[in-house]
Design a protein around this ligand. Structure first.
Ligand SMILES: [Fe+2]
Ligand SMILES: [Fe+2]
Length: 402
C-alpha cells in the first residue's frame, strides 16, 4: 500500500462554483491509481463529482455516510490529468517570426502558439502555405494601417461651402461614381480571400481585413462627395464593369493580388494624385488624398508579397504574365475606360471650357496615363521582370485603370 492518501476540502463550493478547478489541480499532482479523499458540504457534491469523474476516467467510491466521516468520496485517479495533452502539439510560435511553412489544417482557428489538443476538426484553408500568402512586411503594415484609420465624419471638411459651376460639379460626380464602382471591387476581392487563408498567417488576415475596411470608407466618402450638391450619380459603363468582373473572377490569390494591388491600385495612386492636384474644391481634394494614403499601403503589401513569392518560385513571373495577357484578351473588344470618366477628368484638369484650357486638360490626362504606365513598369521591374517585358505588360493592363 502507498502512504497516506491526499485529501481535498472543497468546503461549501459546488461544481457550479468551480469545484472542478480545485479537483483538477489536486488530481494533477497524483499518479494513476492514487486516491484523493474529497470533503465538502455542497449537497450535490457526490452526484456532480461522480459525473465529472466518469467523463474523465476516474473512479469514485462514496463511503457510507456517517456523521463523523469527513470524506464524502474517494476518487481513484484513472490516468494523470496531464494525459489529456498526450499527443498535443504547439501551433508554432506565437510571434510572426519562425512561421510554419505549411501549418496543418487541424491547427485551424487556434491562437498561433497555443497548445493544441489532438482530435480537432481539419478546417479547409486552401491558402495554407506561407510562400503563397506571406510577406515579412505584413505585421508592420498592419500596425501602420490600424494606426492610420481616419473617421469619415470628421476627416473631411464636409461643412465647407462647395459651389461649383454645374458642369464642373457634374464632372466631379462622374469621377466619384466611377471611383465607388472600383472601390467596391477592391473591397470584395480581399474579403473573398480572407476566409481561405490559414489563420496561422494572422497578420495577413488582419491586414486584408483593414484593407477591406479602408475600401468601405472610400466608398462612403466618394459617395458622400458625389451627392454633396444633391445631384444624381453619374454613369457606369459595361466595359468598366467587365474589367472589374475579370478581376474578381481570378481565383488565385497571388494573381488576383497582382492584378488588383500591383497593377490596379498602383494605377489608382496616380489617379488619386491627379484628383488631389486638380480637385476644384477642398472636399474632393481631401477624399482623394485620404484614399491615396490607404492605397499606398495596399500596393506596398501586394508588391512585397509578390516579391517574396517570386524569389521562392521562379515560375511565378510566367503565371503573372499569363494573367495579364488573359485579362487583356478578355477585354480586347471593350471600350475600357468609360468615356464619361475620361471627359470628366479632362474637364477637371482644364478647370474651364476655354478651348485652350480643354487642350491643356487633355494633355494632363495623357500625362496621367503616362504616369500610370511608368508606375506599373517600375513595380513590374521590382518583381523581377526585365525592362522590356515590364513595358509590354504595363501596356496590356486594362484601360479601365483598375
Ligand atoms: Fe480604395
Ligand atoms: Fe485599395
Amino acid at each position: 500500500m502507498s502512504g497516506p492518501a491526499a485529501t481535498l476540502d472543497l468546503e461549501a463550493i459546488g461544481f457550479a462554483e468551480g469545484a472542478h478547478v480545485l479537483l483538477r489541480r489536486a488530481l494533477g499532482h497524483l499518479r494513476p491509481g492514487a486516491r484523493l479523499g474529497v470533503r465538502g458540504t455542497d449537497p450535490a457534491l457526490t452526484v456532480d463529482l461522480a459525473a465529472w469523474c466518469r467523463a474523465r476516467g476516474h473512479r469514485v467510491d462514496c463511503p457510507d455516510s456517517a456523521p463523523d466521516e469527513p470524506v464524502r468520496a474517494w476518487v481513484t485517479c484513472g490516468h494523470a490529468e496531464s494525459d489529456r495533452w498526450v499527443g498535443a502539439e504547439r501551433a508554432g510560435n506565437a510571434g510572426p517570426t519562425q512561421l510554419a511553412d505549411a501549418p496543418p489544417a487541424h491547427w485551424g482557428l487556434a491562437a498561433r502558439g497555443a497548445l493544441i489538443e489532438a482530435g480537432g476538426p481539419g478546417a479547409p484553408y486552401d491558402l495554407g502555405q506561407k510562400e503563397r500568402v506571406w510577406a515579412d512586411i505584413a505585421p508592420m503594415l498592419y500596425a501602420q494601417a490600424a494606426a492610420a484609420q481616419w473617421d469619415p465624419a470628421t476627416a473631411v471638411p464636409w461643412g465647407t461651402e462647395v459651389e461649383l459651376p454645374a458642369e464642373i460639379e457634374s464632372a466631379v460626380v462622374q469621377v466619384m461614381t466611377y471611383l465607388v464602382e472600383n472601390e467596391q471591387a477592391a473591397l470584395v476581392l480581399p474579403a473573398r480571400f480572407l476566409a481561405r487563408i490559414h489563420p496561422h498567417f494572422r497578420e495577413v488576415l488582419q491586414l486584408l481585413a483593414v484593407q477591406a475596411a479602408d475600401e468601405a470608407r472610400h466608398i462612403e466618402v466618394f459617395t458622400r462627395r458625389a451627392t454633396l450638391a444633391g445631384n444624381m450619380l453619374g454613369t457606369s459603363s459595361a466595359g468598366g464593369r467587365l474589367s472589374l468582373f475579370t478581376l474578381l473572377s481570378e481565383p488565385d490569390f497571388s494573381l488576383a493580388s497582382f492584378l488588383l494591388s500591383v497593377l490596379g491600385e498602383g494605377s489608382f495612386l496616380s489617379l488619386l494624385a491627379f484628383l488631389d492636384r486638380y480637385a476644384p474644391d477642398p472636399v474632393t481634394r481631401t477624399v482623394a488624398r485620404l484614399a491615396r494614403h490607404d492605397e499606398a499601403r495596399h500596393v506596398a503589401f501586394g508588391v512585397a508579397h509578390l516579391e517574396h513569392q517570386s524569389a521562392m518560385d521562379p515560375g511565378l513571373r510566367g503565371r503573372l504574365r499569363a494573367a495579364v495577357e488573359h485579362r487583356h484578351d478578355a477585354l480586347v473588344a471593350t471600350a475600357g475606360l468609360n468615356e464619361d470618366v475620361f471627359d470628366a477628368l479632362v474637364v477637371l484638369a482644364a478647370g474651364s471650357w476655354e478651348p485652350r484650357a480643354i487642350a491643356a486638360g487633355s494633355q494632363a490626362v495623357r500625362q496621367l496615363e503616362e504616369d500610370m504606365y511608368v508606375g506599373r513598369v517600375r513595380r513590374l521591374v521590382r518583381l523581377g521582370f526585365p525592362a522590356d517585358e515590364a513595358a509590354e505588360l504595363s501596356a496590356l493592363h486594362t484601360r479601365n485603370f483598375m
